[in-house]
Write a protein that binds this ligand. Sequence first.
Ligand SMILES: [Zn+2]
Length: 130
Amino acid sequence: MKTLQGTCHCGTVQFRIQSELNEFTTCDCSICTMRNAVMVKVPEVNLEVTAGKSELTLYQWNMKIAKHFFCKSCGIYVFHNKRAAPDYLGVNVFCLQNVDVSSVVIRATDGEDMSVKAEEAQQHWPGPRI
Ligand SMILES: [Zn+2]
C-alpha cells in the first residue's frame, strides 16, 4: 500500500491517502463532468485530513447522499463520499503529489443516471458499471 500526500491548490487543505493506485475513474454525472474529475476510490478510513479540515466546505445535491468537499479558499474539489458506496471516497488524483496520472488506467463509470432528479430515485445505487 502506498502512502500519498494530497493538497488543494492553495495548500490550506492537506491530506494523505493509502492506496495501491490500481485504477482511476471518470464519471459522467452532472457534477463530475463539470469538474472534469479523474478520481481514485479509497475506503474512507484510508484518508486522513492533516491540515485545513475546517476550511473544507460541503456541497450536496439531488438525493443528498454523496458529500462533495471543496476548499473554501481556492475552490478546488479534493474528495467526495460516493453515493454508490458512502463509506468510500473518490479522491481528485490531480491533488496528489508525485503521481503520474497518465501511468494508471482510467475507467469510465456510469454516473449520468444519478444526475436525474426523481422523487422515487433509488436510495441505493448498484454501483459503477464494469
Ligand atoms: Zn485551497
